[in-house]
Design a protein around this ligand. Sequence first.
Ligand SMILES: [Zn+2]
Length: 288
Amino acid sequence: MNYEHLDAMNTEFIYYSTTLKAIAPTLSGVEDRAKVVPWIKKLFGPEYQAMFFRKKRNKYLLHLTLKIMKDEVDGIFKNPPVCGALTNVEDLQPGPRVPAKWESDTTWERLLEGLSPERASMMCSLHNRNCNLEEDKDPKNVLPSALLDLEFRYFLYLARPYAALLIVAEDKAKVASWLQALATIRSTACLGMKGIRNDYMQNLLGYLIDLRATGPFQEYPPTTALPTLQDAASNYASRHPFTDPASKEANDFLVGQPIPENGAICYVAVSGDLTETNLVATKPEESF
Ligand SMILES: [Zn+2]
């Protein structure tokens, strides 16, 4: 008997129970909410606690959870469950798969429209014009490569509305320029460059959700190939230390603070790198 396997089944069951409790009441259709009740009664019934049926129960719960998340109780869940045994989920006739909105989003293609041939495809910064595309064609690398493209398309889809909400015109222009530059690392690029592209994109998205463009995105993207994000971030930080009281980080922080009637708001930044010192040597032999 594989007890680890059973534990995993139970953990999964607890996850669906908690999730359904939270999301089932959020269904917008009253009819949909009513459709869910007999299914929950059936799947949470004592017979489905039996070891033999747990796997089947969990598969149904997964499908039900996904339907509720989509706010659409359809397919098998349209009608109440049959009285006897449920058909195996695998044997149900799946309907045609409708792509998610982000999958058919064309932001990537639109960012590339009208670019001159020399700007339409970014050079590789890792392989010095000599990308090993043969290695990328290796069957074990085909899927990761396709997944990186899907991930990028998804990030672009998420980023677009936030980019439109940026208030400062200069930030808006810089972010648009970054999105376009990243889009030029195409699906034909090598695996390494796709990884670099997605690192930048994920990082940029994190800032955009806060409606700010900071770190390396405070400058326009380089016209040559992109270095790794770590290199770009440390280059930027060495040129613009965030410990500088005139830095954008200090300004952004102070702008967001209320004006105190008494007292003062302070910006304190600590860095592991001693970039400069204002300590004055008091004895001739001491130096800092
Ligand atoms: Zn390359």
